[in-house]
Design a protein around this ligand. Structure first.
Ligand SMILES: [Zn+2]
Length: 409
């Protein structure tokens, strides 16, 4: 069978992971049955696990270790429907800290750094994940949490912060404030570790130039321990994924067949070492692709492309698939265009759909027309452009909503 993507993980290791998962988890035992995994073909026949299944199964029914071995739980945002709860054994937390420390190392962070964590704590995985990794590395941590830009800047000055972790939305907010108030020389920032939402090159350039830093895109989600599954290296050409803990497949989201390297599809993950909430062929809904060739940096860890969106984010307008990442690509290439945008999809009384992109930009003459042309070429349908002044669209401490579908379907 061709196209079965088990290049990075020896089949015996995959079989072990699957056997451990179903030995411990009542849910997975029932779902996967007892078919042995003797080769790539057997593995490829195992059913996928969906977000919905994880959400609807009580976490102790799903867990592959007894409750007394669980030392912590986290939950995902639950913005769409019920929360998903994931459980962690002591070893899971230890492995996570190790993986996250590796992420920092790939970003050039060392024990000499001071790392400010402007990310969510509590039930979220970001805060404790970013913190445990930095502490494992031996860096000084400043657990400031998200929000309150004035306090963040005060702490940055007092602590001599050199590295921060944040969502791209919040990093942009900080960068714009620092630029507006001319504070850059008072700060010692050099690296930003940015995660939890898709962000485009235009946003990235504004953050980097506003703060005078290098940024690194980090990957992860609650079900995969949290952030720390992988990160960019200094080449900034895709994200390395820790293949000693994860087996990654990329499949066509419609047919669920594996796609060749370089072809975008849905990221499907099997965890190899996770004890309490192991995943077998878990559909993340994230869209990315696998690189076929090794990275220039020499690291043996495989790479996936930066996340292009979630298969839930894509909307169909007049028969064409539209992804917010397409807007990012255009904004990064047009002079005078800002990085912030909203896409509004409407339907008129005759049933005709229209796509309007509200975007921040300068007052350069002809900018709106140029953007409309470029969007049409990229997306494939006519796009109305609503140009607004820089700084007028909302910035959040967390994730930013990009697509507003006003159609009643
Ligand atoms: Zn690399």
């Amino acid at each position: 069978m061709t196209g079965v993507d088990v290049v990075d993980t020896p089949v015996a290791e995959l079989a072990d992971a699957v056997d451990r998962a179903r030995a411990g988890s009542a849910f997975l035992r029932e779902k996967l049955g007892d078919l042995p995994v003797r080769g790539a073909e057997d593995f490829a026949r195992l059913p996928f696990t969906t977000k919905q299944e994880l959400r609807e199964t009580p976490f102790l029914d799903y867990a592959a270790v007894p409750a007394e071995r669980i030392v912590r739980i986290h939950s995902s945002s639950g913005t769409t429907g019920r929360r998903t709860i994931c459980a962690y054994s002591a070893k899971d937390l230890d492995d996570w800290a190790e993986m996250f420390a590796r992420c920092y190392s790939f970003a050039g962070v060392t024990e000499a750094d001071r790392v400010q964590l402007m990310v969510g704590y509590g039930m979220w995985t970001a805060g404790v994940g970013f913190q445990a990794g930095a502490e494992r590395l031996g860096a000084m941590t400043v657990p400031s949490g998200p929000g309150n830009t004035d306090l963040q800047l005060e702490l940055m000055r007092e602590a001599g912060t050199t590295v921060f972790g944040a969502t791209s939305s919040f990093a942009l907010l900080i960068a714009e404030l620092v630029e507006r108030e001319g504070l850059r020389d008072e700060l010692s920032l050099r690296v930003g570790v940015i995660g939890s939402e898709r962000w485009g090159d235009a946003t990235r350039r504004r953050i980097e130039s506003g703060l005078g830093i290098e940024t690194f895109d980090i990957y992860g989600m609650t079900e995969l321990w949290g952030p720390g599954t992988g990160i960019e290296c200094s080449q900034h050409d895709g994200m390395h994924v820790w293949s000693d803990h994860y087996h990654v497949e990329i499949v066509d989201p419609e047919t669920l067949e594996p796609v060749p390297h370089g072809t975008p599809g849905e990221v499907v993950v099997t965890t190899l070492t996770k004890e309490a909430t192991p995943l077998v062929r878990y559909r993340t809904r994230d869209l990315s692709f696998r690189y076929g060739e090794p990275c220039q940096c020499g690291s043996p860890y495989p790479r996936i492309g930066r996340i292009e969106g979630r298969s839930d984010d894509q909307v169909k307008v007049r028969g064409v698939i539209f992804l917010p990442a397409q807007v990012d690509t255009v904004l990064a290439e047009v002079a005078g265009a800002g990085s912030e945008f909203q896409a509004h999809v409407d339907r008129d009384e005759s049933g005709r759909d229209s796509l309007t992109i509200r975007v921040e930009g300068s007052d350069r003459p002809g900018l709106a027309g140029e953007l409309a042309e470029r969007f049409q070429a990229k997306i494939g349908i006519r796009v109305d452009v609503d140009l607004v002044a820089m700084g007028t669209l909302p910035r959040n401490a967390g994730k930013t909503k990009r697509v507003f579908d006003h159609r009643t379907l």
